[in-house]
Design a protein around this ligand. Structure first.
Ligand code: TXA
Ligand code: MG
Length: 371
């Protein structure tokens, strides 16, 4: 057991004294859970291997799953990356600080503990005043995965972090709810054309437009099947999963009433007792489930996927907290914009328990992510 201190820091105006206190813990080789604009991260000094190892221990994260390095300025980019191609610099200038992570060749300064002995490093500059202040005050880039126990939904509030990591980390900073609620978009720029390793809060369409060239979207980035480990080491592990069984029911979203009727039929057919099932649904379709006597968790409106993304991980955690619920079903969403990240998380959270209404295969070219 570690003694955990909780520091409440106002995200609008971070108290410099409290930031200094947390930075001191980083500098001394400790672990600090901190907010970013995506999800909470669990950070340590990138250049201190034993501090970095504490992250893996606290999260029970397999050592072969590398961490993202968080930086506060472009000097630190040149410090951690051996080679910064013009493309990467252009994306950094356009999207940082923000929820885009770039995979680049690593510099020798970054220890193998951070990158799981790979020769690449994942880097991003978070758009959160507390995260940026913490990195600056620490004076080093901060290596940080999401601040959840391995396999659990990523934390979007400090309470989630407390539930998973209290007694396992030195400091938990509480700055309220994060903005996006899904993690950063990861693009591998060491390959040509670049490859999307994980869709996230920054729509891949925007990155593509800025690059002016194609970005490959492999099936695993859509949450369909396991990844090639050489490409994406973390993707082979179960992720985001509630303890209870979750099934994603996908279909044609152009007629929402017909779609919801289809989902209701699946729930009635597959669940042992439909009264003990819960449906994660959109605002537009909720009334159909309620009308059929089914319990619901409302994710948000289809017309604003930002809200759905923001509520997603909390909703996955809520499934486990509902005492009289045994299993969950989730609606699907179109794989455009934030929809691609949402579907990646949902499909993985279900352990690939996916049903496609009206037949058809989600992995068929017809279901290809949009360009
Ligand atoms: O929004 C985010 O990205 C959050 C916040 C805290 O910044 N962080 C986050 O970290 O989601 P994590 O560790 O949960 O996810 C990072 C992913 C993992 O799947 C990991 O395998 C991949 O990035 N990754 C990191 N370094 C890599 C590398 N060198 N090569 C390939 N994949 C890498
Ligand atoms: Mg994670």
């Amino acid at each position: 057991m570690v003694e955990t201190r909780i520091l409440k820091i106002d995200p609008e105006r971070p108290d410099p004294e409290l930031v200094r206190e947390a930075a001191e813990v980083i500098r001394r080789g400790g672990t600090v859970a901190f907010p970013t604009e995506t999800v909470y991260g669990l950070g340590a000094d990138t250049y201190n291997p034993s501090a970095v190892m504490k992250i893996f221990e606290a999260k029970r994260r397999p050592a072969d799953n590398p961490l993202i390095v968080h930086i506060a300025d472009l000097d630190q980019l040149f410090e951690v990356a051996a080679d910064v191609p013009g493309e990467a610099l252009a994306l950094a200038r356009k999207f940082w600080p923000g929820p885009l992570t770039m995979l680049l060749r690593k510099s020798p300064r970054v220890p193998g503990e951070v990158t799981a002995k790979r020769d690449t490093v994942a880097v991003r500059m978070p758009a959160h005043p507390v995260a940026l202040a913490l990195i600056r005050e620490s004076g080093v880039p901060i290596a940080a995965p999401s601040a959840n126990l391995a396999g659990r939904p990523s934390p979007t509030t400090a309470e989630h972090v407390v539930r998973d990591l209290y007694g396992r980390v030195d400091v938990i900073i509480d700055s309220g709810h994060t903005l996006y609620g899904v993690e950063s978009t990861i693009v591998d720029l060491t390959r040509d054309p670049p490859v999307l390793l994980r869709p996230g809060a920054m729509p891949v369409e925007e990155v593509r437009r800025a690059l002016g060239k194609d970005i490959v979207i492999p099936p695993f980035a859509r949450g369909l099947g396991m990844a090639d480990v050489a490409l994406a080491p973390g993707m082979k592990y179960r992720h985001y999963a509630p303890y209870k069984k979750l099934t994603v029911v996908e279909g044609d979203y152009s007629d929402l009433e017909a779609y919801a009727r289809g989902v209701i039929e699946v729930v009635r057919r597959l669940s042992g007792d439909a009264r003990r099932a819960v449906v994660l649904c959109s605002s537009e379709t909720r009334r159909y489930y309620e009308g059929a006597g089914l319990r619901t968790i409302e994710l948000g409106p289809r017309s604003n996927l930002f809200v759905v993304a923001r509520n997603l991980f909390e909703s996955l955690r809520l499934i486990d907290e509902m005492a009289d619920v045994d299993e969950a079903y989730s609606e699907g969403f179109p794989e455009q914009g934030l929809g691609l990240a949402i579907m990646n998380r949902l499909r993985k959270a279900s352990g690939f328990s996916i049903i496609r209404l009206g037949g058809g295969d989600v992995s068929s070219p017809a279901g290809q992510a949009p360009h």
